[in-house]
Ligand binder design. Structure first.
Ligand SMILES: O=C(O)CCC(=O)C(=O)O
Ligand SMILES: [Fe+2]
Length: 347
């Protein structure tokens, strides 16, 4: 395999000077839409991430009947089986080569959805991990507000406060099995090309597991290494943050909601040194959504007001030719496109 020209995403330490961190975050969000957050274990302890990955392995290896009893529901929670979701419906002939399990909100430490008996004893642990992600997402949202000089600077984090109402926020565990030798269908893709639906996503990956690629400004695909240069000796790989569609709408396209996908790099394709696609791959994504009733209008920021939305940003922008959507209306529109069969069966 050829060695890849990897995406040049900066690694940012948000534990130091906050003004500096805010500036670096916003610069990266404008330029790449993707940001590595150095994992010093301060926001999310390394053991919490490892523990969540252990639970994920338990969950996906549970008997299929258990997973089936928690099957995907209209509230975007539960288990989706192999090839169930299609993230790039325009180009994919077969669904994503993955399984996923979505956790919605917990109330008093309890999931508000069926969970497989195999992991039921660990309900409190999943809730605690989701809470850690929530707290960290608020910090990042605050920094983005500071960096963009939004008035008030906590505009984004305030829009995400749980106490203000329900949101579409989801903790998603993902399992991508390897492609069997006999499986000649090279059309399989682990996750089709897409941008994320929420405000932003925090992604956890495991050392050595290849596959995530982002679309560059030149319309090429660049692999995103799990451990970029400078993080090799950190206690855990950095947390990868990416801007979703809502932060892009909120900022007139200034923050970039970058298209990405998960592939089998395959023979002859580029792969990051030290990574492979021949093993099972696990990842965890915290999809951060604001309170569902929030309108997606540009935020009060001089910097945002000055932006002339680029022509191509209007392609997926709900403001281009329709009424202003709320966060929930936007989410439902995107889910309908990705779970076509599910919605067809329901109608
Ligand atoms: O598994 C990954 O690395 C990314 C998954 C992803 O992009 C998604 O679920 O939105
Ligand atoms: Fe994604």
């Amino acid at each position: 395999m050829a060695t890849a020209t990897v995406a040049n995403i900066p690694v940012i330490d948000i534990s130091g000077n906050q003004q500096q961190a805010a500036k670096e975050l916003v610069d990266a969000a404008i330029e790449h839409g993707f940001i590595f957050i150095k994992n010093t274990g301060q926001d999310i302890p390394v053991e919490a991430v490892d523990g969540a990955f252990d639970l994920s392995r338990k969950l996906f290896s549970a008997p299929v009947e258990e997973k089936q009893s928690c099957v995907y529901q209209k509230n975007n929670r539960g288990w989706s089986s192999m090839k169930y979701e299609t993230l790039d419906p325009k180009n994919q002939r077969v669904g994503d080569f993955k399984e996923a399990f979505n956790f919605g909100e917990f109330v008093d430490g309890q999931a508000q959805q069926p969970i497989p008996p195999t992991i039921a004893p660990y309900e409190a642990q999943i809730c605690a991990f989701r809470d850690l992600c929530y707290e960290m997402s608020l910090r990042i949202n605050t920094l983005l507000g500071i960096g963009l000089e939004v008035d008030p600077p906590d505009f984004f984090s305030a829009a995400h406060l749980r106490e203000k109402g329900a949101s579409g926020t989801i903790l998603r565990l993902l399992y991508y099995p390897p492609l069997a030798n006999t499986d000649a269908d090279r059309e399989d893709v682990r996750a089709g090309a897409h941008s994320d639906y929420g405000s932003m996503t925090m992604l956890f990956r495991l050392k050595g597991q290849a596959g995530l690629e982002i679309q560059t400004r030149e319309n090429t695909w660049a692999p995103v290494p799990v451990c970029p240069p400078g993080t090799e000796n950190d206690p855990a790989p950095p947390i990868l943050v990416n801007i979703g569609d809502l932060l892009s709408y909120w900022t007139n396209g200034l923050l970039r909601s970058t298209v990405h996908r998960v592939v089998f790099p395959g023979p002859g394709k580029e792969v990051v040194e030290g990574e492979t696609d021949t093993d099972p791959r696990y990842s965890m994504a915290y999809f951060c959504h604001p309170v569902g009733t929030m309108p997606l209008t540009p935020v009060p920021s001089e910097r945002v007001r000055k932006v002339n939305a680029p022509a191509d940003a209007s392609a997926g922008n709900p403001h281009a030719e329709r009424k202003v959507l709320t966060a929930d209306e936007h989410l439902n529109m995107r889910l309908r496109a990705s779970y076509l069969q599910f919605y067809k069966d329901k109608e």
